[in-house]
Design a protein around this ligand. Structure first.
Ligand code: SF4
Length: 355
């Protein structure tokens, strides 16, 4: 069964830069990028990231803002921060060599059983499973299982079974794991009918035999996302735009963004706060995070001297919390080259352009 899958994988695998040289560092970075992000998107980010940080040591040594700039647009910035924290630990505790032990890997920030399994099986050829969404779907169908794949216990059970299987078969665990994931991505697909006629497991698939290909896997509905209303300011002083480092307020803590307040502020209140400045309403925008949605009401504000109105503006936005941790007035070039601006804040044209 495993040999048929590996044979299929050899013939059908897609070209991916990290597959050319699957070193522990390459597999690690690619797997972290692939979490919550499509393969097509990861290609260009991976190439850019490896150019900037070709070695684990260079990643460990990088400044935080340089690192976040390389990650800009990929989202879930804690992934980048954890990657660097873990790289620093590998340098300080393991002499810069990625450990080949499951117990050591899962102690590193940002590495769970899935990433540890990918590094161990693909880079070190050790018999450890990977159980991502693709794998859980394929296995549920092949084995005809009706357990809820959103339940952590289902994942643990599959991991245990896969581990026992990999321990006993004479297959390259990395090839088998990648084959499973690739089969889920290309053939045993999540939306629409799986392409069973192209599947190497066609003859032994339980879901196919029982006509349950589209009924499996069983997935319990996701909890509804909480919707939050925000007011966002694109505040210009001449040719400079105000960006602030967000602190302790939300999912984008520690990243740069535009000044923003909870709820929807009226144009009148803003006009009072920036007395003499202009306030223009821009189109509302929406940003979807993993667990919440921001409905953003945006104003373009132009002032001559931000220092003269900053107290009133920040008071209006943040109340007693006062000013943000830090803020900067930046030009277009500075924003493009130095500031990692999360996707939630890249919804409006800036500096009067469409870019
Ligand atoms: S036969 Fe069809 S349902 Fe079964 S594993 Fe293959 S693609 Fe998926």
């Amino acid at each position: 069964m495993g040999a048929a899958l590996v044979g299929w994988f050899e013939k059908n695998k897609r070209t991916m830069a990290w597959r050319d040289d699957p070193s522990p560092y390459h597999v690690w970075v690619s797997e972290i990028m692939l979490q919550q992000t499509r393969v097509e998107t990861v290609h260009s980010y991976y190439a850019r990231f490896m150019k900037a940080f070709p070695t684990l040591q260079s990643l460990a040594d990088a400044g935080e803002e340089v690192l976040l700039k390389q990650w800009e647009g990929l989202g879930y910035y804690s992934r980048a921060r954890n990657l660097q924290k873990a790289a620093k630990t590998v340098v300080s505790e393991y002499g810069g060599v990625v450990p080949d032990s499951f117990e050591k890997l899962v102690k590193l920030p940002g590495i769970g059983s899935y990433t540890a399994g990918a590094i161990l099986s693909i880079a070190f050829h050790k018999p450890f499973p990977v159980a991502d969404g693709n794998v859980l779907r394929v296995l549920s169908r092949v084995l005809g299982r009706t357990d809820d794949v959103r339940d952590e216990k289902t994942k643990e059970r599959f991991e245990k079974e896969l581990k026992a299987y990999l321990d006993r078969v004479a297959l390259d665990p990395g090839e088998f794991n990648q084959g499973l994931m690739e089969l889920g991505a290309l053939v045993c697909i999540p939306n629409g009918r799986p392409k069973c006629t192209e599947c190497p497991w066609n003859a032994l698939c339980e879901a196919k035999r029982r006509g349950l290909e589209e009924a499996l896997p069983v997935i319990s509905p996701k909890a509804e996302k909480k919707v939050e209303e925000k007011t966002v300011l694109l505040l210009y002083e001449g040719e400079k735009l105000l960006v602030e480092k967000r602190s302790g307020r939300d999912v984008l803590n520690g990243l740069y963004g535009f000044p923003s307040a909870e709820g929807e502020l009226s144009q009148n209140r803003l006009s009072e706060a920036v007395s003499g400045g202009t306030v223009k309403k821009l189109p509302d925008q929406r940003h979807v995070f993993t667990h919440k949605v921001w409905n953003m009401h945006c104003y373009e504000v132009k002032v001559e001297n931000f220092g003269a109105v900053s107290g009133r503006v920040f008071g209006l936005l943040y109340g007693t919390e006062g000013t943000p941790a830090s803020y900067r007035l930046v030009g277009k070039k500075e924003l493009e080259e130095e500031i990692a601006l999360p996707a939630a804040f890249r919804k409006w044209p800036l500096f009067g352009s469409e870019t």
